[in-house]
Every structure is written in C-alpha cells, then in structure tokens.
Design a protein around this ligand. Sequence first.
Ligand SMILES: [Zn+2]
Length: 479
Amino acid sequence: MSTPQKATLTFLGAAGTVTGSKYLMTLDDRRILLDAGVFQGDWHARNRDRFPIDPASLSDVLLTHAHTDHVGYLPALVRHGFRGPIWATEASIRLAEIVLRDSGRLQEQAAANAERNGHPKQDPLYDSDDVENTLPLFRAVEWDTNVDIDGIWARWTRSAHILGSASIHVEFGDRSVLFSGDLGRHQHPILKDRETPPGADIVLIESTYGDREHPDPDLPHEDFADTIRRTVDRGGIVVVPAFAIDRTETVLHALVQMRRAGRIPEVPVVVDGPMSLRGLEVYTDESLGELREDITVADFTDLDLTLARTSRDSKELNGRKEPMIIISSSGMAEGGRVLYHLQRLLPDQRNSVVLTGFQAEGTRGRELEEGARQVKINGRYVKVRAEIVRDREFSVHGDASDLMDWLKDLDKEAEEVFVTHGEPEVAKLFAERITDELGWVAVAPKYGEVISLLDDDWDPQDLDPDAPEPQAHSTEPRI
Ligand SMILES: [Zn+2]
C-alpha cells in the first residue's frame, strides 16, 4: 500500500480507563480495528453505547491477546454486521474461543437476571450464536513475520503478558504505528521472554502500572504463603479469585513452587470452573510452544489437586469444611463461581481471600481491596470478616521501569507516544515520565480522541466524516 492520503486513529477504549481496548485506524477508506475489548468496572455501561461506526464497514480486526478487555466486544461487532477476518496468534485464538464462549453465556445470563430483578427487558450485548459466528473469522499469524493484510503489513511480537500475547507493529506506505498491547515483565514465570518489536513513528503503550514498581522479594509470594499457613492453622479456607486465563496457571505454578520448597503445608487445592480448566488445557498444550523450556505440566499440577468441572462438583465443595485453597474466576469477583464461594466464606473470620490481579475501579475485588465491610453479591449484602490479602507479585503487567525499558529498546525514536490502558492519573504521570526521561512527545489521550498518523499538517477536513465522538452513555443497573 502506498502512504494513504489520510490516516487517523481514534481511541475508542483504554483511554481514560484501563479496560475496553479498541483503537480504530482509518487509512483512506479502509477501517481497521486494533483490539475489540469490553469495558469493565465503572465503565461497563458504555458497552451498550452504539458503536460509533457501522461495524460492517471494518475490513479487519487485529488482536493483541485474548483477555476480555481486548476481545470481549468481537461478537457485538459480528452481531451488527462485521464479517472481516480477525488476525491473532494461534494461542490467542485458542484462548479467545474459551473467553468468548464464556462471555456469550454471561451476557445471556446478565440479561435474564436483570429482567428477573425487575429491570426493563434488554437484549444481551450478544449471545452464544453471535459467538459461534465470530469464531470462524479468526486467522492465525506467525510470530515476528510481516503479515500482508490487503496491502498493510502487520507483525506480532511476543509481549510475555499471557499465552499468545503480542505487540503489533503496523506499516502502511512509509508510516508505521506500534501497539504495545499489554506488556509483561522482562521475564514471565512460565512464558517465553518478551521480545522487542520494531520501532515506529507513532507508539501506543499501556500504563496499567505506569506509576509503580513491583516488589522483587528474595522469597517470592511470601505474603501468600504466610496467609495459607495462617488460614490452615485456624481451620479456614483460602479463596483465590483468579482470572481463568493465565492467572489460574500462574497461581498453580506458584503453589507448586511453595509446596516443593516446603513453605506451605500439604493442603487440598481446588480449581473451580470449566473455563479455568479449559484454559489450563491450552496452557499445558506443549505443541503450542509458548512456555519456557524448563516448564512442564507437573509445574502446574504437582499438588493435592481437584478440578471442579461441573456445577455439581462445585456445590460439593460447600460440604467440605477442612482447610483448602479454592482458585476460581472471575479475578475481580465480578462474576463466575467465585461469587458463590465469596458469599459463603466472606462472613467467617477464619477464612481469607487472596487477590491476585489488578482490581479495576468499581469492581467487587476493588471494594474488598479497599477494606469494604460488606459487599453486594447476587442482590444481597454480605459481611466481610475474612482476611483480605493482596499479592502484588502476580502482576503480568510490567511495572513502570519494565514499560520504560520496552520503549528504550525500540530501534527508533517515536514522533509521538500515546499512553493508554491506565487510570487517568497514572497514564498522565507515565506520559510525563516518558517526556522527562526520553524527551519524546507523550500524551495520555482522551476517550474518543482522534489523532493523525501522517507527518504532514493536520487538516480537520481529512478526518473521517463519520469519525466517532464520545457520547453520553446509557446507564445499566449493577446486579
Ligand atoms: Zn491483558
């Protein structure tokens, strides 16, 4: 493709918030979406906003990785006419199938529950049929290979965040844009190392932890281990809300390490949830070639491990009173089987809850993290007497130094850096740090903001006439 006459990028998500990653690239008449995530937490009502352009007019979607806040909106696009290919790595496609099927069911349930609770009838954002219509659109890409997407080059490079996660470098004519996707630390405990993509004229970088450094302790996860020891001593149960994809696997890996080192007693470990178990199957599929060479299946399973697949398996756990560790999704306690465990176990001070991931504003996980005395679950307020512990070592997002290093390793200076995927204050602080340390133009864009990807003068006439504008969002009661 020669350099387009007009080329813009619109921030349709992960701007002003951490979730909802969606970046619309308009290259002359072509429209390409980079990631298609749903909003979570306080912003979730915006998922209901009309998509600012006709989804049928998108030619392609490129995906960085399979987390819901990067793929969960795909079936909504398909429901409203999108039929183009969705490009992603093989491992991302395998995980996206799991995530989207689960999400289709959750969307249907949420609509049904809302109606049952007396709210006006509302169609789900999408349903399982939309999900099944989405899956055949996936196209697998090779790592570090220029993929020809109808005249545009795109290249996926390992970002060591979750299985299959990538940064995506896009080139059209003599211009280029680099999307960091979500970036892991320099080294991931189970995945192959992060690699450096080619530099670009315009760079988007995530900033989830752009304001902090992760701990680097001599004894990994000691707070977690100590919580397990204390809880087992007092006869309690440890509940670990964990994202089904990636976090369940890294938690299991950490428990195996602790157990092998004799740092925790031999205690039953239950992974509760079909989605977590399907994720585990993909993670332990060695044919994908995504794990570090020294990692084997035993590094996830060498425990007194029970896999609770069916809801009957899950309900049986209610009858077990002995100390154990229950790992269950969702990671921010916004849905899934973990809610039932929390409802039952939060009121007892012998128990503990170990939060293992980023807790977005407005989620139950965040409320627990901030010391809520009660939380609302399934329409009831539940007393919080269990011990709440936050293990920050599990982050699969780089800290501020990891993010800076990623920028510094690029082989060219960016003309502009856009800092996305962070809470507003954090994104702004990190943008300032980039300007201070590298002297580059760095900005935290606003939701709905449009930028030019060309290097000549800005002419507002060149903008896509249908360019979306942020709109007031509908309100949807939280259940
Ligand atoms: Zn992610």
